[in-house]
Design a protein around this ligand. Structure first.
Ligand code: SAH
Length: 531
C-alpha cells in the first residue's frame, strides 16, 4: 500500500524557504558503498530499527511512529536539534499559536469563561499536553494573569512533554529561571519544576506522562491539547476478504489433539494489521546519490500481516464504528489506543471514573484505580486536525521543511503525524466517565470566530496604529506596518475555510462536566458566556 500524503496538515508556512542544510547522506537517504555490501542508513535510528525488525519481524505502524518521534536517542522531538528547533520558518512546520498571539489569548479567555460558568472554583490545575515551544501556554497565562481572581485560583501549571530539549525551551518562556529542579519524592510527582513567570506563587511542573500529574477529587483541571493527538502512534488495519488466516484443522487440548467434526470454515473478512519492515537492499550498482531530493529512497515500507497480531485481534472489535466496516473488503482504519488512553484520563480527571464493568474502550486498563469526584469540575480543550465523524484511513504522513514527504525516509529527521479521530476520542471520554459531556468537534473557524477572533485582532491592529501615532518619531513606521500585516494575515489564516485552510481542517472539541440541572453549551461551541 502506498501512503498518500494529503495536503500539508501541520501548516506549511507560506514564507519562501530554503531546504534545511543536512549532511549529504541524510539529504539523499541511503547510499551504498561500492567497497562493501553493508547497507548505509540515513540515520542511526533507521539502522537500529532495521536491526530490531530483522530480529523480531515487522513491527506495527504505532511502534515505528513511537520510535521515530520520541526515541530517546534520535526521535524527531527528543533528539538534540542544532541552531533551531522543529517549529517555525526555519523548522519543519508552523502551528497556530506560532502564527498569531490571538490564538492563545482566545484559548485563555475560553478557560476563563469555563471557570466562571462552573462557579469560580479553587484548586485549579492548568495542564497542557505536548506544549512544543511553550508559546500557547505563554499566551494563555499572560491572558489569565489579567483576570486576577482566576489567576489566584491556580495552584500548579503542569506541562506534559517527552522531549528534554523542548522542556528547556518551554522553561525559557514560562519559568522564572531555566534551572529546572527535580521534583522531590514527597511531592509524589516524577518531574521537574520551576516558578512560573506569569502566575505569582505558582510552580510550573514538567512530567513525561499525564499519569504523573496528581489526581485529587478537590482539584479542577483545565487541560489543553493542541496538535498533540496527531503525534500519538496509530495502529493501521486493512479489511481482507477471503482472509488467509489459517483455520486450524486440529485443535490442541490438554489431553491431546482433536479433529473438529464440522468442515473447515470458509474464508471470511478479517482485520489484518499493516506492519513496517525495511525495503530490500538496493543493488550495489546504485552507488551515486540521486541528484534531486525527490529521489530520496524509502528505507521502510508497509506490509499486510498475514497472521493475526495482538492488536488486530482486539482493537478493531472495540467500537461499533469499526464493526460496521468489518465486511467491507480493503477498508483501512486507523486506531490510536494511546490517544484514547489520554482522553479517558482527561475525562476521569474532570468527572471521575465509570464503574469498571461499564468501561469497554480500548484504553481501559484493569489496573486503573477507581477515582470518584463528588462534584465534577474542569474542562479539556482539544484542537487538532482530523475528521469530524469518519474513521481516518491512509493519513500517516511525513513533514519536513514545510513539505509533505514519505513517512519512511530519514527516520527521526521527519515529523510524522496522522489525522485525529475525534469521534473515537469522544466515545472513549464518554465511556471513561459518566459525569462529563463532549461538545464538538467543530471546525476551528467556527470556534475562533465565535470566540471573537476578528474583533480581538482588529483591536490589536488599532492599538498598534494608535501606539505609532502617539509615539511618532520614536516608533519605526516599517515595524508598525509589519506588525499590522502579521496581525491581519495571522487571524485570517487561522479561520481560512478554503479546501486546505486551517479554519476547515483543524477542529475543536471540548470535554466539560455533565450537569443534569444546568444544560449549557460552552462558548465557542454554540454557547454564550454564563456570568
Ligand atoms: N502544542 C504545540 C506543539 C505541537 S508538536 C504547538 O501547537 O505548537 C507535539 C508536541 O508534543 C511536542 O512538544 C512533542 O515533543 C510532544 N510530544 C509528542 N509525543 C509525545 C508523547 N508521547 N508524550 C509527551 N509529549 C509528546
Amino acid at each position: 500500500m502506498r501512503v498518500t500524503p494529503l495536503s500539508l496538515f501541520r501548516t506549511v508556512s507560506r514564507c519562501p524557504r530554503t531546504r534545511a542544510i543536512l549532511p549529504r547522506a541524510v539529504q539523499y537517504g541511503i547510499r551504498w558503498l561500492s567497497s562493501s555490501s553493508e547497507r548505509q542508513w540515513s540515520t542511526p535510528l533507521a539502522k537500529s530499527l532495521a536491526e530490531a525488525i530483522t530480529t523480531t519481524g515487522p513491527i506495527p505502524v504505532a511502534a515505528y511512529m513511537r520510535q521515530c518521534l520520541t526515541n530517546s536517542e534520535g526521535g524527531y522531538y527528543t533528539r538534540q536539534t542544532t541552531g533551531h528547533d522543529q517549529f517555525g520558518a526555519k523548522g519543519d512546520f508552523i502551528t497556530s499559536p506560532e502564527i498569531s498571539q490571538v490564538f492563545g489569548e482566545l484559548v485563555g479567555i475560553w478557560l476563563y469563561t469555563e471557570w466562571i460558568a462552573q462557579g469560580r472554583r479553587g484548586n485549579v490545575q492548568v495542564i497542557e499536553v505536548g506544549p512544543g515551544r511553550g508559546t500557547l501556554m505563554a499566551d494563555v497565562l499572560r491572558t489569565i494573569s489579567t483576570f486576577k481572581a482566576f489567576a489566584k485560583s491556580i495552584e500548579t501549571i503542569y506541562l506534559i512533554e517527552a522531549s528534554p530539549h523542548l522542556r528547556e525551551q518551554q522553561a525559557k518562556l514560562l519559568a522564572e529561571n531555566v534551572q529546572l529542579k527535580e521534583t522531590d519524592s514527597d511531592m509524589g510527582i516524577a518531574g521537574w519544576s520551576a516558578p512560573s513567570k506569569h502566575i505569582t506563587g505558582c510552580n510550573v511542573i514538567w512530567c513525561e506522562d499525564i499519569r504523573f500529574v496528581p489526581k485529587k477529587e478537590t482539584e479542577t483541571p483545565f487541560i489543553l491539547a493542541h496538535e498533540f493527538f496527531d503525534a500519538l502512534p496509530i495502529h493501521v488495519f486493512q479489511n481482507i476478504s477471503s482472509s488467509n488466516i489459517p483455520v486450524a484443522s486440529k485443535i490442541i487440548t490438554p489431553t491431546g489433539s482433536i479433529t473438529p467434526k464440522h468442515p473447515t470454515q470458509p474464508p471470511r473478512n478479517q482485520w489484518h494489521e499493516l506492519m513496517v519492515f525495511p525495503t530490500p537492499s538496493p543493488s550495489l550498482s546504485s552507488t551515486t546519490a540521486p541528484s534531486s531530493s525527490k529521489a530520496e529512497v524509502e528505507e521502510f515500507q508497509l506490509t499486510v500481516s498475514k497472521t493475526p497480531t495482538p492488536h488486530s485481534l482486539y482493537l478493531p472489535h472495540t467500537s461499533p464504528r469499526y464493526k460496521a466496516l468489518s465486511n467491507t473488503p480493503n477498508t483501512i482504519i486507523e486506531i490510536s489506543p494511546e490517544s484514547l488512553s489520554y482522553v479517558s484520563d482527561f475525562a476521569v480527571r474532570i468527572g471521575g471514573s465509570s464503574p469498571p464493568s461499564t468501561i469497554t474502550s480500548p484504553s481501559s486498563s484493569p489496573t486503573t484505580p477507581p477515582f470518584s469526584k463528588p462534584t465534577p469540575s474542569g474542562a479539556a480543550l482539544i484542537l487538532d486536525y482530523g475528521t469530524l465523524n469518519t474513521i481516518p484511513a491512509n493519513t500517516l504522513r511525513g513533514i519536513r521543511s514545510h513539505r509533505p514527504c514519505s513517512p519512511f525516509i530519514s527516520p527521526g529527521l521527519v515529523d510524522l503525524s496522522a489525522d485525529v479521530d475525534f469521534l473515537a476520542l469522544a466515545e472513549s471520554a464518554l465511556s471513561a466517565s459518566p459525569n462529563i459531556e463532549v461538545h464538538g468537534p467543530v471546525e476551528q473557524s467556527f470556534f475562533l470566530s465565535t470566540m471573537g477572533i476578528k474583533e480581538r485582532a482588529e483591536r490589536l491592529v488599532r492599538a498598534a496604529k494608535e501606539g505609532h501615532r502617539l509615539g511618532q518619531g520614536k516608533v519605526d513606521t516599517e515595524n508598525v506596518k509589519e506588525t499590522v500585516k502579521r496581525l491581519e494575515g495571522g487571524w485570517k489564516r487561522l479561520v481560512d475555510r478554503g479546501p486546505t485552510g486551517m479554519g476547515r481542517i483543524y477542529k475543536a472539541m471540548a470535554i466539560v462536566p455533565y450537569n443534569e440541572k444546568v444544560v449549557r453549551r460552552p462558548v465557542g461551541f454554540g454557547g454564550d458566556i454564563v456570568a
